[in-house]
Write a protein that binds this ligand. Structure first.
Ligand SMILES: [Zn+2]
Length: 110
């Protein structure tokens, strides 16, 4: 079965994504967006107003070239390693890759 994007110019993500222009706070908001929170949840978590949350998200979308917060959430998940200040974060994709455990590959292949 062909990839459903094959016949179009669209893809799951516009890329490449430039994260270098984000401020520290915007990186923090973008990291949290990966969990799919509402603006209200972000507001409580970051102790800022929903209005400020929306302003952060608007700037994040512009700076990363994304159109929706859902796309930003995907950017967040895919680029967690670049965004996260913690080098040994458990959500790091690099750290999360399965250990080279004999037999583990057979499970994922099933
Ligand atoms: Zn992290």
């Amino acid at each position: 079965m062909p990839c459903p994007y094959q016949e179009s110019d669209d893809g799951p993500l516009e890329g490449p994504v430039d994260l270098s222009r984000l401020t520290a706070r915007e990186r923090q908001v973008l990291l949290l967006l990966g969990g799919g929170p509402s603006n209200g949840e972000l507001s409580r978590r970051l102790r800022i107003s929903e209005r400020t949350v929306k302003a952060h998200i608007s700037r994040i979308l512009i700076k990363t070239g994304q159109s929706t917060r859902l796309q930003a959430a995907m950017v967040s998940a895919l680029h967690h390693d670049q965004l996260c200040p913690s080098p040994d974060c458990r959500w790091s994709l690099a750290a999360g890759s399965p250990p080279h455990d004999p037999g583990a590959g057979e499970v994922s292949a099933a």
